[in-house]
Ligand binder design. Structure first.
Ligand code: FES
Ligand SMILES: [Fe+2]
Length: 384
């Protein structure tokens, strides 16, 4: 394996160009990224409201891995591999549900909500269930968002990574919110193309009419994002940006008006509205407006395929049909996302060509370099 993918990325950062073809087309690099990047990154699993009661669980997948996140009878949230300790069967199907315990469908080994083995049929008196728990996975809840990390030593926790900008997010009281809608997308593009697209708005004018009804492109399309109040943690994976809205807009919606009658957290009490985006590259992006938030997760699903899940959070007592209309709530991001996926898929088709040589980035794309820096850091940390 080439030992210098991170150096290649650094060279392209220095030259301020896109990344070369091999970074999108190498199966070897893709496999290395799964192991070295995604299995060492914090993955968004779900919102606490989705596992509010003992016995409620959800699963989160990354590459070949699947993890169960469950709330126990003592309210503790545990995470463990969704792989039976007997002969490896997938314990529960992907998704969410409620269970008193997890019974493997194959031979009925039975696990508690914390992943410990309760019992196994006819294994004899020398068999000790305590010796066969499901392997645990690091789990952390930050602002009501549940994250897992497959690394044995995950390094800094989510709270530590996000600490710099916590005060910007806290007023939205995301921990008290609930999930109003979730949408899954499959994008026929390498995961890095999806992130690159999310970093820049050079493409917005020609492609995102709904988004630009509230978003103030003139402010964001400055060569230096600091002019629109970006804060950065020292860790390149983390990025905060207050998003500029048009002067008459209070929320990032198709008409700039709140899509939900009940505002989140402190905004219900009259706090000055703002919209903020937070990235934890390469797995999750959060965008909060006063009335709703979205959590967007990217997970690779092959060299040229990316699964994206978007969840919309609203005030816990906001009711569909009364306080908001689901179609109106999701419209701006659903349409913008679908427009973006088409662009990513178009880029995927092109970067695979032997003719592709990365061109210079526009000043408006300076933030793409931030993604490259984060990516180079992830590769270098993994010795790639
Ligand atoms: S594989 Fe699960 S009980 Fe046999
Ligand atoms: Fe876009």
């Amino acid at each position: 394996m080439t030992a210098a993918y991170s150096e290649t990325v650094q060279q392209h950062i220095a030259a301020r160009t896109g990344m070369p073809r091999e970074l999108y087309t190498s199966p070897e690099l893709y496999e290395a990224e799964l192991a070295a990047v995604f299995q060492r990154s914090w993955l968004y699993a779900g919102h606490v409201s989705e596992i509010a009661r003992p016995g409620q669980y959800l699963t989160v997948a990354s590459g070949d891995e699947s993890v169960i996140v469950a709330r126990g009878n003592d309210e503790t949230i545990s995470a463990f591999y969704n792989v039976c300790r007997h002969r490896g069967a997938r314990l529960v199907d992907e998704g969410c549900g409620s269970a008193r315990r997890f019974v493997c469908p194959y031979h009925q080994w039975t696990y508690r909500l914390d992943g410990s083995l309760l019992g196994a049929p006819r294994m004899g008196k020398d068999f000790d269930p305590a010796e066969h728990p499901l392997p645990t996975v690091a789990v952390e809840v930050w602002q009501g968002l549940v994250f897992v990390n497959l690394a044995a030593d995950p390094g800094p926790g989510v709270g530590a990574l996000f600490a710099d900008g916590e005060a910007v997010v806290a007023p939205f009281a995301l921990a008290e919110a609930r999930v109003a809608h979730t949408e899954d997308y499959l994008v026929a593009a390498n995961w890095k193309l999806v992130w690159e697209n999310a970093q820049e708005c050079y493409h917005c004018m020609a492609n995102h009419p709904e988004f630009l009804k509230a978003f103030d492109l003139a402010s964001i399309n400055e060569p230096d994002w600091r002019e629109c109040d970006v804060q950065r943690s020292d860790d390149r994976r983390v990025q905060y940006a207050k998003l500029p809205l048009r002067s008459d807009a209070v929320s990032l919606t198709v008409d700039g008006r709140p899509a939900v009658a009940k505002l989140l957290g402190e905004f219900a009490a009259g706090r000055e509205p703002y919209t903020v985006a937070i990235h934890l590259k390469p797995t999750v992006a959060v965008v909060c407006s006063p009335d709703y938030a979205i959590i967007l997760t990217d997970s690779p699903d092959g060299l040229g395929s990316t699964k994206v899940r978007v969840s919309w959070l609203v005030h816990p007592s906001a009711e569909a049909g009364t306080d908001y209309d689901v179609d109106n709530l999701i419209k701006v991001w659903d349409q913008t996302n679908r427009q973006d996926w088409k662009l990513c898929e178009r880029a995927q088709l092109g970067v695979r060509s032997q003719s592709y040589v990365p061109g210079p980035l526009a000043a408006d794309e300076a933030s793409v370099l931030d993604f490259y820096r984060a990516y180079a850091q992830l590769l270098a940390d993994a010795g790639l």
